[in-house]
Design a protein around this ligand. Structure first.
Ligand SMILES: C[S@@+](CC[C@H](N)C(=O)[O-])C[C@H]1O[C@@H](n2cnc3c(N)ncnc32)[C@H](O)[C@@H]1O
Length: 302
């Protein structure tokens, strides 16, 4: 059915961007006492080994989180959002002596780690093996009814979960875009979500690749947010040129080290996020950039 397995990509530059944004957004949203519901529409397996077969084969973490851990930050100190991300990773790797971290938490474990007693985490994963692994990983946490794992289509969550009873939610939508129709489904999820629960916070990850649907997605999201009268924030990180390398073409679906750039699009972003990313993104470019094409963008609209 699906050939995408996130274990090959865990800790790559796209995860670094996505998870820095996720943590910064959650930190802000968790300042209020009222319960927060976090919905992760495409959860993956939850926890990954950076020294295992998958990550070892792809080598993507080596150019992502492992490089960030090993590098001296430009200017001597990490920007607060990066420092916060690395401190959270440290908690999953308490025994590591240097930057040789072995465990990488995916979005479900990052969220679970930060959420409080009163909050809820709703996880969707469709891949049978990853859903089973996620279920087993979450099972070990003894989180009870606060966390649920559903082996179902995450795009279908809007009707069943929005708005949540406390009327506070962050929805992360992070598909693999393995199927071309994912781009249209993301836009349609956003449209429905804004109709049902216009004050929720939404974070969409997307790849920046030479494909019309991928180019069109942030534009569609901007116009949906603008039409709904909601603020948005779009952060992108490019680590290398998007020129297709012939050696990459033969690697197959599970090995795509060629992803040059990605973006996080937020609707109703926490107001502190832009400033935090403005400090973090230049440092990410300095550390993770691989060639002259490396760069970032940070754009907001009201
Ligand atoms: C990019 S990965 C998720 C990574 C995860 N959010 C993280 O940051 O750690 C995308 C996941 O979506 C799953 N998936 C694909 N289509 C899906 C669907 N329609 N509903 C739920 N999960 C889906 C894939 O099996 C894959 O594990």
């Amino acid at each position: 059915m699906f050939s995408y397995r996130h274990a090959f990509h865990a800790g790559n530059h796209a995860d670094v961007l996505k998870h820095i944004v996720l943590i910064a957004a959650l930190d802000h949203l968790l300042e209020k006492e009222t319960a927060l519901t976090v919905i992760d529409t495409h959860a993956g397996a939850g926890l990954y080994r950076l020294d295992g077969d998958y990550a070892g084969k792809s080598g993507e973490a080596a150019d992502g989180v492992l490089r960030l851990l090993a590098a001296k930050p430009a200017g001597g100190e990490h920007a607060p959002a990066i420092a916060r991300y690395l401190a959270l990773l440290r908690e999953f790797n308490p025994k590591a002596k240097g930057p040789d971290y072995r465990v990488y938490p995916g979005s479900p474990f990052i969220a679970q780690h930060l959420l409080r007693e009163q909050d809820k985490l709703r996880l969707f994963e469709l891949h049978p093996t990853d859903a089973r692994t996620l279920d087993a990983n979450i099972g070990q946490l003894d989180a009870g009814r606060r966390v649920s794992v559903v082996r179902d289509d995450g795009f279908g969550c809007v009707q069943s979960l929005l708005p949540p009873p406390s009327r506070r939610a962050l929805l992360l939508c992070d598909p693999s875009y393995e199927i071309k129709t994912d781009y249209a489904r993301v836009a349609s999820l956003m449209e429905q979500a804004l109709k049902r629960f216009a004050t929720g916070s939404y974070a969409i990850w997307y790849p920046i690749i030479p494909r019309p649907e991928a180019h069109g997605l942030p534009r569609r999201l901007k116009s949906l947010a603008t039409r709904a009268g909601k603020p948005w924030l779009n952060a992108t990180l490019t680590v290398k040129s998007g020129r297709v390398e012939t050696s990459d073409a033969a690697l197959g679906a599970d090995r795509r080290p060629g992803l040059p750039a990605s973006g996080m699009f937020l609707v109703n972003p926490p107001w502190t996020l832009k400033e935090r990313l403005a400090a973090a993104l230049p440092q990410l470019v300095a550390t993770l950039g691989q060639d002259k094409s490396a760069g970032f963008t940070l754009e907001a609209g009201d």
